[in-house]
Design a protein around this ligand. Structure first.
Ligand SMILES: NC(=O)c1ccc[n+]([C@@H]2O[C@H](COP(=O)([O-])OP(=O)(O)OC[C@H]3O[C@@H](n4cnc5c(N)ncnc54)[C@H](OP(=O)(O)O)[C@@H]3O)[C@@H](O)[C@H]2O)c1
Length: 354
């Protein structure tokens, strides 16, 4: 049985819990510095230009029926209106709002005065919610690009990280908390030096940092910084984003789900390598948000999260396969000629000058 979403006529059918699903109360949770609890795994909703908003909304509804309660959204994914219809159906079907964890993000072209607040209000309207559990600054630069552009494309007005400008965005994020529209605020695609500046100047500290995290890209230094400063690390592309678009592929990229260590553990446990990546992530202490519109995939992922943990030996073996292989390099956000994507990530341990 799968959930239904709101029809064109505006009718909804109750959400039925799938008999083969996972009891959401069994899914582990992480506690934020506020004391709130975030489900330790969520469903991503970025279709990478491959899946329509309707397909993703159907997956959200059906994922709720199999036990997901956490959904990672963003205005730039272009599907919040469809996802909102699914969320409405989920709640009308009997899942209380307080059981759900909904994240959204402000896109880079809405960093100006008042725009962060407007963007959040638009996401709330589209998602049909009164508040967000978490609102993130999607990228720390105001550099935007059109849908589906290639890696060589540049915003002619692109600029580097200017802390004063980021804090003007952050003040609007804080205002959203004061307005009661958002319960937590956080960062995404940050580095240690940028986060250190924000930690110094924020009145409301980031509750979470969303960052690329998978076995071949473990970001140990940033992970330690985030966890030791009271933030929850939310891990995107937790399976190594095997179906990402061509613009996010670079020769030399490695494939997590084909790593011999991951493949051996998966074969021994009788699961797909994706399940091993997600189990490792949850046990390490990050919150993975794998994307899928395929029921057998998102169901098996959730089943993996509630099954017996990986052994200490397996966890140690996976810790050793880090290849520092960043997949989402962000070329399109570069702001000067002659730069390489490493400049976006403060490779010298200091914020790259704007
Ligand atoms: N904050 C940010 O800047 C940022 C950046 C990137 C992503 N994100 C978030 O992170 C989410 C996930 O990232 P992602 O989509 O890049 O990568 P991912 O979750 O690592 O990979 C998703 C792909 O893995 C395959 N897959 C999923 N579950 C599977 C399973 N159980 N078994 C086998 N294959 C499976 C699917 O491929 P097929 O579709 O081909 O079957 C799916 O499209 C996004 O949807 C988005 O919400 C955030």
């Amino acid at each position: 049985m799968t959930a239904s979403i709101t029809s064109a006529a505006g009718e909804t059918r109750p959400l039925a819990a799938a008999p083969d699903g996972v009891d959401p109360s069994l899914v582990p949770k992480r506690t934020l510095s506020s004391g709130a609890a975030i489900p330790a795994v969520g469903l991503g909703t970025f279709g990478s230009d491959r899946y329509s908003g309707e397909e993703i909304a159907q997956a959200v509804a059906s994922a709720a029926a199999v036990g997901y309660r956490h959904f990672d959204c963003a205005s730039v994914y272009g599907n919040e209106a469809q996802v909102g219809a699914a969320l409405q159906a989920i709640m009308e079907g009997g899942v209380p709002r307080e059981e759900l964890w909904i994240t959204s993000k402000v896109w880079n072209d809405r960093h100006g005065p008042g725009q962060v607040i407007e963007s959040c209000k638009q996401s709330l309207a589209d998602l049909r919610l009164d508040f967000l559990d978490l609102f993130l600054v999607h990228w720390p630069f105001p550099n935007s690009h059109g849908r589906g552009v290639d890696a060589g494309s540049r915003d002619p007005h692109a600029q580097g990280y200017v802390h004063e400008n980021y804090m003007a965005v952050w003040r609007q994020m804080e205002t959203l908390v004061e307005m009661g529209l958002v319960r937590h605020i956080g960062t995404s695609n940050m580095t240690v030096p940028k986060l250190a500046l924000v930690m110094q100047d924020a009145a409301i500290k980031p509750a979470a940092n969303e960052m690329e995290l998978h076995p071949h890209f473990q970001q140990p230094e940033l992970f330690r910084y985030v966890t030791s400063h009271g933030m929850v690390p939310i891990g995107y592309s937790p399976l190594g984003s095997p179906s990402r678009p061509a613009r996010d592929r670079t020769p030399g990229d490695t494939v997590d789900v084909e790593d011999p260590v991951i493949v051996e553990i998966a074969a021994r446990l009788g699961v797909h390598p994706a399940a091993v990546c997600v189990k490792w992530a949850v046990q390490r202490g990050q919150v993975p948000i794998p994307f899928s519109v395929k029921r057998p995939q998102y169901l098996s992922t959730l089943q993996a999260v509630v099954s017996a943990p990986l052994s200490d030996e397996d966890m140690r073996a996976i810790a050793q396969i880090d290849k520092n292989n960043r997949l989402i390099k962000g070329h399109v956000f570069l702001w000067k000629d002659g730069q390489t994507w490493e400049d976006l990530w403060d490779k010298d341990g200091q914020v790259t000058p704007a």
